[in-house]
Design a protein around this ligand. Structure first.
Ligand code: PEP
Ligand code: MG
Length: 579
């Protein structure tokens, strides 16, 4: 048994079999074979070895004759490794004595060999590990043949272990069979993390290099509450986690009772508790948890899996589905935040700093036909129910004015064609950079609402890439510099009587709810799955109590002190929510 620590990005516990998604992402199906089948399985391994050996010989001969003997020698080395009697013996022993399937035995043995090379720390020898992985892949391809099960076509539950998963790959995971996932790289604020929350599957990122230590089919626990990955857990550990998962389920059932109760503090302050969504189908989870509205609809996810740019109709149909389902509850449609690590759209030229590059409103303003198409669809949806439009990453007054001009153009278009829409549609901006906070006195005069995007605000304030595991420990929403900017924003909005909410991940973290209420926040927009817990905290505290917490927290010097303090305060009011 081995425990690894990563960054917890989507809560919950999953226990199951590992599916390692490498270049080929196929699954090693069975771990054990029945005793009677051992001879047959040994034969299967020997035949696979022979076919792979023949393949390697063929490659060696072709390469040698085409580009020279020295290149052919690479394959000669592969052949020697494959046919090494020690290696063959070990695989056969595992099949015969442990009743392992040939697939599992091959993977176990070759990965152990590879690890030895990697631990030598010598560049050239460490490289040999890649050769061993190549041989493993070739053998598995042979052994699995047509029975090969791929990520896109799963038939039974797995835990996906990968070096990295893009937001798109994550969104395409089959929720029926993917119980959870773990990646070697990635940070807390990346969009892969956001998608994991939307899918409501336990997920951990930024574990560091570990895939060589696992074989497909190994049993694994993903503890998405604490960021722990447990490889080959023993019985006692599995029992403990199963018990924890049961407790979690009964807490969920208990919290379900809050669905029809308002998000209201004990002293009668009514709060707005809305949902963040990425896909129209999430509206159902938002409604099932009693969301007051949609505070952030990330429309860029519409690009997912599309070969070409979505048409106005594609946009409209998605928005209409959300607006109709939400009835009289408001839907905040954020215009495209493409670029950076998000969907689609390859940049015209490679960007060295995509987060500082052509992203979000900048990209929309650079591509007016695209922007206008989207705005027309948003406006048409506004005829179906209460809709507001929000612009991402506004950093200057000029950007806001330009965006509003394009909106006015889109209105004119629709008027000419006689399409109905809401002329008084509220217009808002995200507050995601320190520059925006510094300019709020001006910006607030020209908007109807604002929403603080802490995911980016943390990144741009602390100069820490939100998706980079190397600097993940510095990426803290509770950093005093970030808290001061949030405080300034809430105060400025209150003074200007402009509604303000927080829609970054911070607002969905129960340990920050009291702090944010104490700073004066009355609007939260969180992943649907977080609504019950946040409501539970809101309904257990009074505003004066939270103001005390906020005052104390604002006097602390480090993120760690703030985190410890707010957790202790949460323990006093809702200990069952502490993870
Ligand atoms: C944010 O930055 O906090 C936010 C909500 O936007 P996104 O995560 O989509 O960048
Ligand atoms: Mg953002």
């Amino acid at each position: 048994m081995q425990t690894l620590q990563g960054i917890a990005v989507s809560p919950g516990v999953a226990i199951g079999e590992a599916l390692i998604v490498g270049n080929e992402g196929f699954r090693i199906p069975r771990r054990l074979v029945v005793r009677d089948a051992v001879d047959e399985e040994l034969q299967r391994f020997r035949s696979a070895s022979a076919v792979v050996a023949a393949e390697i010989e063929h490659n060696r001969d072709t390469i040698s004759s085409q580009i020279g003997e020295q290149y052919g020698a690479i394959f000669a080395a592969h052949l020697m490794m494959l046919q090494d009697p020690g290696l063959q013996r070990q695989v056969e022993q595992l099949i015969r004595e442990q009743n392992y399937s040939p697939e599992y035995a091959v993977s176990q043995t070759l990965r152990r060999y590879a690890q030895v090379f990697q631990q030598l720390g010598n560049g050239n020898l460490a490289e040999r590990a890649h050769d061993i992985f190549d041989i493993e892949r070739a053998l598995l391809r042979q052994l699995l043949g047509a029975r090969r099960e791929e990520l896109s076509n799963l038939k039974s539950p797995v835990l996906v272990l990968a070096h990295s998963l893009s937001p798109t790959e994550t969104a395409l995971l089959d929720r029926q069979f993917v119980l959870g996932f773990v990646t070697e790289i990635g940070g807390a604020g990346g969009h892969t993390a956001i998608v994991a929350k939307a899918l409501e599957i336990p997920a951990i990122v930024g574990v560091g290099s570990f895939l060589e230590q696992v074989s497909g089919g190994d049993s694994v626990i993903v503890d998405g509450d604490h960021g722990r990955v447990i490889l080959q857990p023993d019985e006692a550990t599995i029992d403990r986690y199963q018990k924890g998962a049961e407790d979690h389920r009964s807490l969920e059932v208990q919290l379900r009772g809050l669905r029809n109760l308002p998000a209201e503090t004990t002293d009668g302050e009514r709060l707005l508790l809305q949902a963040n969504i990425e896909f129209p189908r999430e509206v159902q989870s938002a409604l099932a948890r009693g969301a007051d509205g949609i505070g952030l609809y990330r429309t860029e996810f519409l690009y997912l899996g599309l070969e070409q740019e979505p048409s106005e109709l594609d946009h409209f149909q998605a928005y209409a589905e959300v607006v109709r389902a939400m009835g009289d509850r408001r839907v905040t449609i954020r215009t495209l935040d493409l670029g950076a690590d998000k969907m689609g759209r390859q940049p015209q030229q490679e960007e060295r700093n995509p987060d500082l590059g052509l992203r979000a409103i900048r990209l929309s303003l650079r591509n007016l036909p695209l922007f206008r198409t989207q705005l027309r669809a948003v406006l048409r949806a506004s005829a179906l129910g209460p809709v507001q439009v929000m612009f991402p990453l506004i950093t200057t007054l000029q950007e806001l004015r330009q965006a509003k001009m394009v909106l006015a153009d889109a209105m004119e278009d629709l008027e000419e064609s006689g399409e109905p829409f809401e002329r008084q549609i509220p217009v808002g901006i995200m507050v995601e950079t320190p520059a925006t906070v510094m300019m709020l006195d001006q910006l607030l005069k020209e908007v109807d609402f604002i929403s603080i995007g802490t995911n980016d605000l943390v990144q741009y304030t602390l100069a820490v890439d939100r998706g980079n595991s190397e600097v993940a420990e510095r990426y803290q929403a509770s950093d005093p510099a970030v808290l001061r900017l949030i405080d300034l924003t809430i105060r400025a909005a209150a003074a200007a009587r402009v509604p303000v909410s927080v829609c970054g991940q911070m607002s969905g973290e129960v340990s920050y709810t009291m702090l944010l209420l104490g700073l004066g926040l009355r609007g939260f927009s969180v992943p649907p799955s977080a609504i019950p817990e946040i409501k539970r905290v809101c309904r257990s505290v009074s505003i004066p109590q939270c103001e005390v917490v906020a005052r104390r927290a604002m006097q602390l010097y480090t993120a760690r002190e703030v985190d410890n303090y707010v957790r202790e305060e949460l323990r006093k009011v809702a200990p069952e929510l502490l993870r």
